[in-house]
Write a protein that binds this ligand. Structure first.
Ligand code: DAH
Length: 355
């Protein structure tokens, strides 16, 4: 038997016995690598005399093809074997008992944000967002609150840089500035979000939630503001009649400014909104100060409008009878189970945002 015939039967035998990808790769390089046994045989063609040359080359080619086909076959066989091995090792035991399943609840704050957004979306407001880490300009200066204004102390700000340029926003009002600087009037947005102040007791937490409202157009007046808030409060508390009053106040970013109180009564220890002779303060509002418009590149001789700021946590406490603000943020599963909402348990006035 010639040398190449010997090579062929030796390697066909080896390939028959081969059962792993590693071994197969080894054989492959032994035969067809740079210095492989078959590769080297091709170099001998030139040393043969004219008679032998043709026959040798044909034979060598045939053997090369046979070995390559065998290699491919074995490769496929090993692949299938490996898949089968994996499948049998990863068998699923369908007799195992299932894991216990606990349905989560929607946090009352998230619920109330959804409810409020839905109510305002009905009258054409869209939702805007801003970051929790704000710069001093958007949080104070642009909102007509200059360097030495007492509001900066009043806010008890968490400053994040020595130069007091970065801070945790003390209110959602900077979203007004971001919205106006980014777009062109008219603007009609609400902006719910987290806000921060150094404060902690039964009715104050260092992190709390606000909802900002802003409506700027050519002929917006305080009547629109009153109508808008009246509609919102009635819808939110699900009452037909509402006693509401505007009390003169002061905010640097609005002129005139007002605080809004709603009438309520206490019945069997529970707050009933819309009846009685007691007053409850629920939000701040006003006509946007011309300086705020100028700082936001809006021409106050052409455009004007109103803004308001609502404490979301306080509204949630009132609507759902939650007594301690701090409980919102304690991550107590029992509490959440009691006060939270099932994802399918949609309140009556919820219309969804996409309508
Ligand atoms: N930013 C005010 C605060 O945190 C709330 C507020 C009052 C927002 C009046 C407004 C507004 O947009 O017009 O106390």
């Amino acid at each position: 038997m010639s040398e190449i015939e010997k090579l062929k039967s030796q390697y066909l035998d080896k390939l028959d016995k081969c059962s792993s990808t590693d071994d197969l790769n080894k054989i492959k390089s032994e035969l067809f690598g740079k210095n492989g046994l078959i590769t080297n045989q091709f170099k001998f063609i030139a040393t043969k005399n004219e008679n032998e040359k043709k026959n040798f080359a044909i034979k060598l080619n045939d053997i090369k093809i046979i070995l390559q086909e065998k290699l491919n076959l074995v490769n496929k066989k090993i692949e299938i074997e490996e898949i089968n091995k994996k499948l049998s090792n990863e068998k699923i035991d369908v007799t195992l008992p299932e894991r216990s399943f606990k349905q989560g609840k929607i946090h009352p704050i998230s619920q109330v944000i959804d409810e409020i957004s839905s109510i305002f979306s009905e009258i054409g407001f869209s939702v805007a967002e801003g970051p929790d880490v704000e710069n001093e300009y958007n949080n104070f200066t642009a909102l007509n609150t200059p360097q030495n204004h007492p509001a900066r102390d009043m806010h008890d700000t968490f400053y994040l840089s020595e130069d007091k340029n970065l801070l945790l926003r003390t209110h959602t009002s900077p979203v007004q500035i971001r919205t106006m600087l980014k777009g062109k009037p008219p603007f009609k947005i609400i902006a719910p979000g987290r806000t921060y102040r150094c404060d902690s007791d039964q009715t104050h937490t260092p992190m709390f939630h606000q909802l900002e409202g802003l409506h700027i157009d050519k002929d917006i007046n305080m009547g629109h503001l009153k109508g808008c808030l009246n509609y919102f409060i009635k819808e939110f508390f699900e009452v037909k009649k509402l006693k509401m009053r505007f009390r003169p106040s002061h905010f640097p970013f609005t002129e005139p400014s007002a605080e809004v109180d709603i009438g309520y009564d206490l019945k069997d220890g529970k707050i009933v909104i819309g009846e009685g002779n007691k007053w409850l303060e629920i939000l701040g509002c006003g006509m946007v100060h011309p300086n705020v418009l100028i700082n936001s590149k809006v021409d106050p001789s052409k455009y004007q409008g109103f803004a308001f700021g609502i404490g979301i946590d306080r509204l949630a406490m009132l609507k759902y009878g939650i007594k301690d603000l701090r409980s919102f943020f304690e991550s107590n599963y029992k509490w959440l189970n009691h006060y939270g909402f099932d994802p399918v348990d949609v309140p009556t006035n919820y219309r969804g945002l996409s309508r």
